[in-house]
Design a protein around this ligand. Structure first.
Ligand SMILES: Nc1ncnc2c1ncn2[C@@H]1O[C@H](COP(=O)(O)OP(=O)(O)OP(=O)(O)O)[C@@H](O)[C@H]1O
Ligand SMILES: [Mg+2]
Length: 269
C-alpha cells in the first residue's frame, strides 16, 4: 500500500490519529477512559467492542462532534476540536465520517447528485460542472449513472450505503471513519461492499478507522485492530497477531463467541 506520509523532525511519520490518555464524559458518566493509540497514515484499523463500549463516542471525538474532557487527541496533525469551528473547514473535508445509517444523513428531498455536489462544494451545491465527476464516482461504487437524479428513498439499504461511501470519497479525504457501515446489511450485500472498500483503499494512501462488531469482517479488511471494552482500549496490534494470540481475556472471549459469523477462520487473519 502506498503511504502518504508527512515527515516529522525525527523522521517518523506524523500519525493520522494520535490519542494520548483521552477521557470523555457524558455528564457524570466516564465513557472513554485513558484511551491511547497512534494510527499511521495509510493504515486500515478495525475498532471492535461490545455495544456501549464507546466506539461511536471515540469516532465522534475524532471528527470533533464530541469534546474530550482530558488527554490529547490529534487528527492529521491538528487538535481534534479544530474541525468544529469556522476555521476547521479544511480539516472537516480531510476527515470524513460514514455513519451507520445513511438514510438519516441523506436529505430525502435532494437527489443523490445534489447531495454529492454539496459535499464537493458546500458554497455552491450545484450539479453544474460536477456531473461527470459524480457519475464516475457512482460507477466506481457500482451504481448506475442515472442514480445521480434519483432520491434516497428510491434505493435499497446497500445502495444507500454505497452512496454514503461515494459522498465521503467525493471530497478526497485523507482519513475515513466508518461506523458500523455494513452491520445493517445482509451477508451477501455486506461482502460486496467490503470488496469494493478493499479495492478503493488499496494503494489509495487513505487511512481508515473501521468500526465493527464483526471480527470476521475486520480480519478481511483491516491490517490492525483495536479492542475496546467499557471505554478502555484493552488491546491494539496487527490483526494476525491479535486474532491468533490474543493477549487480553476479553479478546479471547470475543474470538470464542464467533461461531455465529460465517466464513470466519483464523487462517484468514
Ligand atoms: N449523547 C449521549 N449522552 C449520554 N450518553 C451517551 C451519549 N451517547 C452515548 N452515550 C453512552 O455512552 C456509552 C458509549 O456509547 P457509544 O455509542 O459510544 O457505544 P458503541 O460502542 O458505539 O455502541 P454500539 O456498538 O451499540 O454502537 C453508552 O453507555 C451510551 O449509552
Ligand atoms: Mg456505535
Amino acid at each position: 500500500m502506498t503511504k502518504t506520509v508527512t515527515a516529522q523532525a525525527g523522521g517518523r511519520a506524523t500519525p493520522a490519529i494520535s490519542a494520548q490518555e483521552i477521557d470523555l464524559h457524558y455528564g457524570p458518566a466516564r465513557v472513554l477512559r485513558e484511551v491511547s493509540f497512534d494510527i499511521d497514515p495509510g493504515q486500515v484499523v478495525g475498532l471492535v467492542g461490545e455495544s456501549g463500549s464507546g466506539k461511536s463516542t471515540l469516532a465522534k471525538a475524532i471528527v470533533g462532534v464530541e469534546r474530550i474532557s482530558a488527554g490529547t487527541l490529534t487528527v492529521l496533525g491538528e487538535p481534534a476540536g479544530a474541525a468544529r469551528g469556522q476555521s476547521g473547514y479544511a480539516l472537516r473535508r480531510r476527515v470524513q465520517l460514514i455513519p451507520q445509517d445513511p438514510f438519516s444523513s441523506l436529505n430525502p428531498r435532494r437527489t443523490i447528485g445534489q447531495t454529492i455536489a454539496e459535499a464537493i462544494d458546500p458554497r455552491r451545491s450545484s450539479l453544474a460542472g460536477h456531473r461527470d465527476e459524480i457519475v464516475a464516482l457512482l460507477e466506481r461504487m457500482q451504481l448506475s449513472a442515472d442514480s445521480i437524479d434519483r432520491l434516497p428513498h428510491q434505493f435499497s439499504g446497500g445502495q444507500r450505503q454505497r452512496i454514503a461511501i461515494a459522498r465521503a470519497l467525493a471530497v478526497g479525504p485523507e482519513l475515513i471513519i466508518a461506523d458500523e457501515i455494513t452491520s445493517a446489511l445482509d451477508v451477501s450485500v455486506q461482502a460486496e461492499i467490503l470488496a469494493l472498500l478493499d479495492e478503493l483503499l488499496a494503494d489509495s494512501g487513505i487511512t481508515m478507522l473501521f468500526i465493527s462488531h464483526n471480527l470476521a469482517v475486520v480480519s478481511q479488511l483491516c491490517t490492525d485492530v483495536m479492542i475496546m471494552r467499557s471505554g478502555e482500549l484493552v488491546e491494539h496490534g496487527a490483526v494476525a497477531e491479535v486474532f491468533v494470540r490474543p493477549a487480553h481475556p476479553y479478546t479471547r472471549r470475543l474470538l470464542d463467541s464467533i461461531p455465529g459469523s460465517p466464513g470466519f477462520s483464523l487462517e484468514r487473519a
